[in-house]
Write a protein that binds this ligand. Structure first.
Ligand SMILES: Cc1ncc(COP(=O)(O)O)c(C=O)c1O
Length: 396
């Protein structure tokens, strides 16, 4: 049987990982500035996380949501404390798309409406409704097309206000990433999030803060929407929540009431997933990782801003993006193949950094050295090629 070929792959077989480093089958060491797509929050194979998963595995890995699972409540209590939203309610599921799917469905159950506002360049996942609110027609199958979704320009208060003034009573929810990830690291303006909150309050719409990529402490605050000083009605989370163990959830404001069977899942909230997620929160708290993300992130942003070739350096904490000019188009590939540094990308020309929140200053310096070295080398190659061309040596 063949694998269904949907991923363009690097020819690298990663077999071992620790902290911010990963190793391939040949023993080559790589610095992971990508965190396996923002998933590694507390560092690969963190010993406390491994121990807690092992201990849980020896007790029980799974039983269905037909019985009490006390570790779910322990996780909810810890999440309430670390996220600063003690009075919210937790529903557990398995992936980011599923979290958004449940959030949108819950919003619609809550106010009985259908219209959802999403924004240009948004990415919310690949399941039915999650992909419908994603601004990428190439991944929306005909069956997922719906007239219930409206895309408005990101960070455009006038357009948002205008739409609410026109159709506010029909709007079920607004879904927004605090920092767009797949879209290329675009930070939602604080005033835009405040405007969203105000309009949702005025018209009875649900504010859904997609925190799947930008949440879980990555920006230095637990939810990146917190920078705007507003509370969303529903936060969706996944990626960093399990540090690689598949677990996701939605944190729901107290005014949204549950009803039996309204939401449900077989695997969501299983014992093993909760043990992994609880260990992650304990490590974030005990090792002060949100502060570390802010400190190392600010350092990286300031240092990358000093590199004149790289444009529009942006982001918060350890969610950083910058534009790469055409002359440096091989930068990402060479960082990986020559310098053994994994980074992320966003089409067409953005490099994304999404490392573990435990990234050390020495790791950040190692990355910066590789970045400087590779930019110098690519710039020299371009200059030599231009010289050859102007001297005529390149002509046949
Ligand atoms: C902001 C955002 N929301 C949702 C998702 C979907 O998450 P998953 O791939 O776990 O379904 C992603 C994945 O990249 C994401 O970045």
């Amino acid at each position: 049987m063949k694998l269904f070929d949907v991923y363009p792959l690097n020819d690298i077989n990663i077999v071992k990982a620790l902290g911010s480093y990963i190793w391939d089958a040949k023993g080559t060491e790589y610095l992971d500035m990508y965190g396996g797509h923002a998933v590694i929050s507390i560092g690969h194979t963190h010993p406390y996380w491994v121990k807690k998963i092992e201990q849980q595995l020896e007790q029980i890995a799974f039983y269905s949501n037909s019985v009490k699972i006390p570790i779910q409540q322990m996780l909810a209590d810890k999440l309430g404390i670390v996220s600063g939203k003690n009075n919210y309610q937790l529903f557990l599921c398995n992936s980011g798309a599923e979290a958004n799917e449940n959030a949108l469905k819950l919003a619609s159950f809550h106010n009985g409406r259908k219209k959802i506002i999403s924004f240009t360049k948004a990415f919310h996942g690949r399941t039915s409704l999650a992909v419908s609110v994603t601004d990428n027609p190439s991944i929306i199958a005909p069956v997922n097309e719906t007239e219930n979704v409206v895309f408005l320009p990101f960070n455009d208060e006038e357009a948002l206000t205008g739409y609410f003034n026109k159709a506010g009573d029909e709007i079920c929810a607004v879904i927004i990433e605090g920092i767009q990830g797949v879209g290329g690291i675009n930070v939602a303006a604080e005033s835009f999030l405040q405007c969203t909150r105000k309009l949702c309050d005025e018209y009875g719409s649900v504010f859904i803060a997609d925190s799947v990529q930008c949440g879980y402490g990555r920006t230095g605050k637990f939810y990146s929407h917190d920078f705007a000083g507003v509370d969303a009605d529903i936060y969706t989370m996944a990626k960093g929540m399990g540090n690689g163990f598949p677990v996701a959830g939605i944190s729901i404001a107290p005014e949204i009431q549950p009803k039996h069977f309204m939401l449900g899942t077989t695997f969501g909230g299983n014992h093993l997933a909760c043990a992994a997620a609880l260990a992650v929160l304990e490590v974030i708290e005990n090792e002060n990782l949100m502060n570390n993300a802010a400190t190392i992130g600010n350092y990286l942003i300031a240092e990358i801003q000093k590199i004149p070739e790289l444009k529009n350096v942006r982001g918060k904490g350890l969610m950083i993006g910058f534009d790469v000019p055409a002359e440096l188009k091989d930068l990402k590939r060479n960082l990986l193949m020559k310098h053994h540094v994994f980074t992320g990308e966003a089409k067409p020309n953005v490099i994304r950094l999404l490392p573990s929140l435990a990234l050390k200053r020495s790791d950040a310096d190692k990355f910066l050295n590789a970045l400087h070295g590779e930019i110098a080398s690519l710039t020299k190659q371009t200059a030599t090629a231009a010289e050859l061309q102007s001297s005529g040596a390149g002509r046949v």
